[in-house]
Design a protein around this ligand. Structure first.
Ligand SMILES: [Zn+2]
Ligand SMILES: [Zn+2]
Length: 346
């Protein structure tokens, strides 16, 4: 089969490799669509230290074409999407329904081959059915770009109707956070991003205000003045400055949920303010398989607008150039069945 292989920092190429064979509990999926995530750009840039030969891609939609031993509940021809990691199913986190915290999780497209290929072996336990009416490209990115903010807003952020929300970082995840916050009944949504293009897209996605932090000497104060203090801030960047901005924008009793990943060490406000105003900070990582099923249902029902979720579709042959390029605001989906000519579409 064809696959994209990581060959070292900045090097990714289209190669021929042996077709995967399903181990017990696994299925083979013919990949229909695989989303290109920010993580994949970090991987190709050499920042994640994955092994040479790694096939990236963890946002996968496809059709089951073979079953390994012991697989029940799935049949050849089933249309599916997949959880982004293979979890152990046995640890305390897995047993309590928090498999996104599994301590023995194996990342698909990182520690095991991913979906930037014609076929991929996936754990049957991680599959979710794709309803016929849902575009495979949208279903693929729903597993991460939609399910991750869904988990952050609902399970971790406990967002309630009528609240004021700041979405910091209006890239792929942040844009979907805006739409989901609206769906969950947020009264006012402020999208925060230094990119004018990102702000415009956030307003199109339903944000009430778009705030440019780079236009202010004291952005946290300006954001607090604009909003009167937000009930909940969701950070999708993973930098100290944006975490501190989120904290600084909270009203008393407000909470910050950090979704962006990085190695910065943000500072808390002075203890007297942190304690005195009862602020809360939580991390939020990925989602559960059940939450993926929930967002796929939201997409299928039409309640969540995904008409702008996919901005570019490419075949496998065109994908290496996309992966080597600087990640932009465009959300690219690789469709292995697509011919080798880059086309715009949505
Ligand atoms: Zn991802
Ligand atoms: Zn586990």
């Amino acid at each position: 089969m064809r696959a994209l292989a990581y060959r070292g920092p900045g090097v990714v190429e289209l190669v021929d490799v042996a077709d995967p064979i399903p181990r017990p509990g696994e299925v083979i999926v013919a990949v229909t669509a695989a989303g290109v995530c920010g993580t994949d750009h970090h991987l190709v840039a050499g920042e994640l230290g994955v092994a040479e030969g790694t096939i990236p891609g963890h946002e996968i939609a496809g059709r089951v074409v073979a079953l390994g031993a012991g697989v029940t509940g799935w049949a050849e021809g089933d249309e599916v999407v997949s959880y982004g990691q293979v979890v152990c199913g046995e640890c305390a986190a897995c047993r309590s329904g928090h498999e996104n915290r599994c301590t023995r999780a194996v990342g698909i497209g990182m520690a095991r081959p991913g979906g930037f290929a014609d076929y991929v072996a996936l754990a049957a336990r991680g599959l979710v059915a794709r309803p016929a009416g849902v575009d495979p490209a949208v279903a693929a990115i729903a597993t991460d770009a939609i399910a991750t903010p869904y988990h952050a807003l609902r399970a971790i952020g406990a967002l309630e109707a009528g609240e004021t929300v700041a979405v910091i970082g209006a890239g792929g995840l942040g844009l979907h956070a805006v739409g989901l916050a609206r769906l969950l009944g947020a009264a006012r949504i402020v999208a925060v991003d230094p990119s004018a293009e990102a702000r415009t897209r956030a307003e199109a996605a339903g944000a009430d205000d778009a705030f440019d932090p780079s236009a202010h000497d004291q952005p946290a104060r300006a954001l607090r003045e604009l909003t009167g203090g937000v009930d909940a801030a969701f950070e999708f960047v993973g930098r100290a400055s944006s975490v501190e901005l989120g904290l600084g924008a909270l009203r008393p009793g407000g909470r910050l949920v950090v979704v962006g990943i990085g190695h910065d060490r943000p500072r808390l406000p002075p203890v007297v303010r942190f304690v005195g105003t009862e602020l809360a900070v939580r991390g939020s990582f990925g989602s559960t398989r059940a939450e993926i099923a929930a967002v796929v249902d939201l997409v299928a029902s039409g309640r969540l607008d995904t008409s702008r979720s996919v901005s570019r579709r490419v075949g496998l042959a065109d994908a290496p150039a996309v992966l080597r390029a600087e990640p932009g605001p465009a959300r690219t989906v690789i469709e292995p069945g697509r011919a080798a000519t880059t086309t715009a579409g949505g």
